[in-house]
Design a protein around this ligand. Structure first.
Ligand SMILES: C[S@@+](CC[C@H](N)C(=O)[O-])C[C@H]1O[C@@H](n2cnc3c(N)ncnc32)[C@H](O)[C@@H]1O
Length: 253
């Protein structure tokens, strides 16, 4: 027996209003459109796990000082966490190509009085406007899956960090075993787009989120890319049953 689910006509209209693809312009529009609710929805939809994931990713930089490049910095939470964990010996440059996201980051940095240690810049991860060997480490949280030319983005990161520098990627992945493997896809593909769509008023953006993870589901796929781009000592660590993973590597000398 099949059960017909009633969907109001306005909901379908709303759903058709915007669709997003992995094209850079489309991705930029997506983040421009959801910047106002991005932080709130991030914390809500991840049940505040996103804060813990960033904390764990930044801990990978333990003992590292100097200039740290935070690519796809968005509303700046990663940049703030980097300073929070070892503020007095670090400076961060946060780069993103969405102006509304960077504006949000700027407001947060100003509010915390951290303008002295966090610089924000508009720019494209595929064409980093920095000289070779400029940074002491680099991070990217939830950015790489949005970039089609992942190899180019990674080789740009490798180019601008100094030899021996650490590169840390934090990304959504799919749980591979246990109850999480069974139930997480239901949450991620059905419930999350609905809640995200209602609150942000951009259903397309939250339909895109599970789509974007489907192409690169496993940390090992990121590991392979990182090795190809000239990083050594590459390894990954699963968080929250594999919902997110940290993948890190060291630029070879
Ligand atoms: C999901 S958000 C992550 C933001 C932040 N790192 C965090 O942890 O919340 C992804 C960000 O990547 C940025 N982005 C995507 N493609 C980019 C590109 N080619 N160059 C620069 N930023 C990009 C988007 O504008 C967006 O702010």
């Amino acid at each position: 027996m099949s059960i017909a689910v009633y969907t109001p006509f306005w909901y379908n209209l709303f759903k058709r209003m915007k669709t997003y693809s992995l094209h850079p312009e489309s991705i930029r529009n997506l983040f421009n459109n959801i910047a106002h609710t991005y932080d709130f929805l991030n914390h809500l939809l991840s049940m505040r796990r996103d804060l813990y994931w960033r904390k764990m990713a930044v801990q990978e930089l333990r003992g590292l000082d100097g200039w740290i490049l935070d690519i796809a910095t968005g509303t700046g939470d990663m940049a703030l966490e980097i300073i929070q964990q070892n503020g007095h010996r670090r400076k961060v440059l946060g780069l993103d190509f969405s102006e509304p996201m960077v504006r949000k980051a700027q407001q947060k940095v100003m509010k915390k009085g951290l303008l002295r240690v966090i610089d924000l810049s508009l720019g494209d991860a595929l064409f980093l406007p920095f000289r070779d060997h400029t940074f002491d480490a680099s991070m990217m949280a939830f950015g790489l899956r949005n970039i089609v030319k992942k190899e180019q983005a990674l080789s740009e990161i490798v180019r601008v960090v100094r030899p021996g520098a650490k590169v840390v990627i934090l990304e959504f992945t799919f749980p591979q075993k246990g109850l999480m493997k069974r139930f997480y896809p239901i949450y991620f593909k059905k419930i999350l787009p609905w809640v995200g769509g209602c609150i942000s008023r951009d259903r397309g953006a939250y339909d895109y989120l599970p789509e974007s993870v489907l192409h690169f589901r496993h940390a090992v796929e990121y590991e392979e890319l990182m090795k190809k781009s000239g990083l050594g000592n590459v390894f990954s660590r699963q968080l929250t049953g594999g919902v997110a993973s940290i993948i890190s590597g060291i630029k070879k000398n």
